[in-house]
Design a protein around this ligand. Structure first.
Ligand code: UDP
Length: 239
């Protein structure tokens, strides 16, 4: 029997790269559908869900800036990429019968709703899955920070951050055979040990607002992570 998780409302951070599947770039439809089915599984447990989607599968500001484009301009392009991903995921979720709203930090009212905090909360109360697009709306940030910010604004109980491995390790487990996985970490430990699970501004924001972060493997269904059947690392305040 599946244990019912204790979470009422969760934030899921989906990186842009998670949408690529085996492709080197862009959006793989089968992968989008798999992620959507996975989210539906969590929704069916009675949890309110919101998502922040990245844009790295299409455009990453920092790498373009390194090749001579003005950083702020490149970052705005990166934020626009997240809107495309959000629409793809919305379409995927609708296939599974979920009601969704894409809300953008950069208003583009012909395409999706602008972000209004109370309205987004209301959507979730009505059972809609809310997808936050365009990051924070500001250059020089990442979608990890956007996910943390929105998770706090929405009053989420936890933020889930999917990665290539099943939690946070002492070193890169793909390169270092001695790397060990942590079950639990404090925000301070992540920052002090420079464990690169999310950027430091996202971790600091989570710490200052005491939102726990569950780091898990994207190959595991979200439901198994929430019920504790799949391994993960929880980052939270120390006892
Ligand atoms: N971005 C930004 N401000 C934000 C969020 C994102 O400028 O608040 C830009 C930034 O250029 C970033 C790109 O959008 O490189 C895509 O986001 P991110 O790299 O976080 O996506 P992910 O790694 O999750 O796919």
């Amino acid at each position: 029997m599946t244990t019912v998780p204790k979470f009422r409302r969760i934030m899921l951070k989906v990186s842009g790269e998670a949408l690529m599947g085996a492709q080197a770039y862009g959006i793989d439809q089968e992968t989008v559908d798999r992620i959507a089915r996975d989210i539906k599984g969590a929704y069916d447990l009675g949890i309110e869900i919101c998502l922040v989607i990245g844009g790295g599968n299409i455009f990453r500001g920092l790498s373009k800036a390194a090749h001579g484009m003005e950083r702020a301009t490149a970052d705005y392009m990166g934020m626009l990429a997240t809107v495309m991903n959000a629409l793809a995921l919305q379409s995927g979720l609708e296939k599974f019968g979920l009601q969704t709203r894409v809300v953008s930090a950069i208003p583009m009212t012909s395409v999706c709703e602008p972000y209004i905090r109370r309205r987004a909360i209301r959507h979730m109360e009505k059972g809609r899955v809310v997808i936050f697009a365009a990051g924070t709306g500001n250059p020089f940030f990442t979608t990890d920070t956007a996910a943390t910010l929105r998770a706090i604004e929405m009053g989420c109980d936890v933020m889930l951050k999917g990665t290539q491995v099943d939690g946070v390790y002492s070193a890169d487990p793909k390169r270092d055979p001695d790397a060990t996985r942590y079950d639990e970490l404090t925000y301070q430990e992540v920052l002090a040990r420079d464990l690169r699970v999310m950027d430091a501004s996202a971790i600091a924001l989570a710490r200052d607002n005491r939102i726990p972060i569950l780091v898990y493997s994207l190959s595991e269904p979200v439901v198994s992570v929430l019920t504790g059947e799949a391994k993960s690392t929880i980052i939270r305040e120390g006892e």
